[in-house]
Design a protein around this ligand. Structure first.
Ligand code: F2R
Ligand code: MG
Ligand code: MG
Length: 377
């Protein structure tokens, strides 16, 4: 039952791009009245739009890098990623061509994050990650994790920049263990703190489960996430980072348990969500929140238009939280898109969002890769 798998792939990637594009309007706002959100979204239904296309930000720019690297190699290849991130192919190795139909990020086609940043630095990157991206561009770099490791006095970043680009790992790998392993490594290239890269693991797990239809049974979905994260957060580094940063042990699990409590209540206010789950730039304060937004909007909400699909409800609700709206909507958009499929994603929104068409192409290529992997190819 439910949407076809290809529809879920398209929903996940287009959903992420749309969340980023429509959420950019309110990023950093403390309070966002629902009427303003509804006004912003209803303007997308008009044939003409004075403000033109909604541009994507770093969330989509970096997701694009991950997709292109995974597609070009067909697998997660740490060394290939390293070459791509630092932009310097080692002597004697051939950089593979981009797959047909995918516009290369840059004409040399040999680097991703660093080149993407260099070509469009104004896409609203986090202030810390910019330093990592600059260092990754250095031809003298041999250890590609070193720039991320040296961030924030050697602690590494706990920002949500690894999580916001984690969805493609769930679409490229069929096995849960691989989704966990590679989303973690992919995030560690810029976010070396466990509170950063474990947010990416949680986001990839949520998309992975949603693709399998797990959101049809919401309680089982949240229980699976808690159980997987118990395993992830039992790691020594996670325990010591949580302690050093004054967080409880198993910090993501403890937020997910709060999500579960909220699910059992008949009503939860925006203030409770933002104060107890968060709406900030840290992965811990945004990934569980994005997951809650999806769960909360599985059922129609009285304050939202009745004609809205579950996907529209989810994104609208994310924007009304304020704070890191582009990133929370990007992550929730990927999970919701994987659950409802592309049919629930309004074409009118897609028309006004930069990168939505390209995301369709990514989804089809990743779907082929996934099918080959399922068939053992
Ligand atoms: N940066 C933004 N938005 C700010 C303004 C954008 C504006 N619209 C514009 O265009 O100018 N958004 C994007 O950044 C978030 C992802 O950030 P990422 O990639 O995680 O970056 P970073 O720099 O690694 O971390 C973010 C901040 O978190 C704090 N922080 C992280 N680790 C820390 C640590 N160990 N100790 C202390 N602080 C730490 C720092 O303040 C970092 O700058 C997304 O919202 C994306 O949309
Ligand atoms: Mg952004
Ligand atoms: Mg953001």
């Amino acid at each position: 039952g439910g949407p076809a798998l290809l529809s879920r792939f398209r929903g996940a990637l287009v959903g992420a791009v749309l969340g980023d594009c429509v959420g950019g309007e309110f990023e950093g706002a403390e309070e966002v009245p629902l009427e303003r959100v509804l006004q912003h979204l209803s303007a997308l239904e008009h044939e003409e739009r004075g403000d033109g296309i909604l541009q994507y930000s770093d969330d989509t720019a970096m997701t694009r890098c991950v997709v292109q690297s995974l597609l070009t190699r067909g697998i997660f290849d740490q060394h290939d990623l390293a070459r791509r991130y630092n932009g310097v192919p080692p002597v004697g190795t051939d950089m593979q061509e981009d797959p047909p139909g995918l516009a290369p990020t840059v004409s040399c086609g040999s680097c991703r994050f660093a080149e993407e940043y260099r070509s469009a630095p104004g896409r609203g990157y986090g202030s810390g990650v910019i330093q990592v991206l600059r260092k990754l561009a250095s031809p003298r770099l041999s250890d590609v994790f070193q720039p991320a490791r040296s961030q924030f006095g050697g602690r590494g970043s706990f920002g949500n920049g690894g999580a916001m680009r984690a969805a493609p790992f769930a679409l490229a790998f069929t096995e849960l263990a691989h989704v966990k392993k590679y989303s973690r490594l992919g995030a560690m290239l810029t976010h070396y703190c466990s509170l950063g890269y474990n947010g990416a693991v949680l986001q990839a797990l949520a998309v992975h489960l949603a693709l399998q239809g797990a959101l049809d049974v919401p309680q089982a979905f949240i229980n699976s996430l808690i159980s997987e994260m118990e395993d992830v957060e039992a790691e020594e580094q996670a325990v010591s980072d949580a302690c050093a940063l004054g967080e409880p042990e198993f910090p993501f699990c403890s937020r997910l348990r709060r999500v579960k409590e909220f699910m059992e209540r008949s009503s939860v206010s925006i203030e409770e969500v933002t104060s107890e789950l968060g709406n900030g730039i840290a992965a811990l304060h945004s990934v569980p929140t994005a997951i809650f937004c999806v769960l909360h909007c599985l059922e129609p909400q009285p304050e939202l238009p009745e004609r809205y699909s579950g996907f529209e409800r989810t994104v609208t609700y994310c924007l009304s939280l304020g704070g890191d709206t582009d990133t929370i909507a990007c992550m929730a958009g990927a999970i919701a898109g994987a659950h409802y499929g592309i049919e629930a994603v309004p074409p009118a929104w897609q028309r006004w969002c930069e990168g939505a068409e390209e995301a369709e192409v990514w989804a089809e290529h990743l779907y082929q890769l996934y099918q080959r992997s399922l068939q053992g190819g």
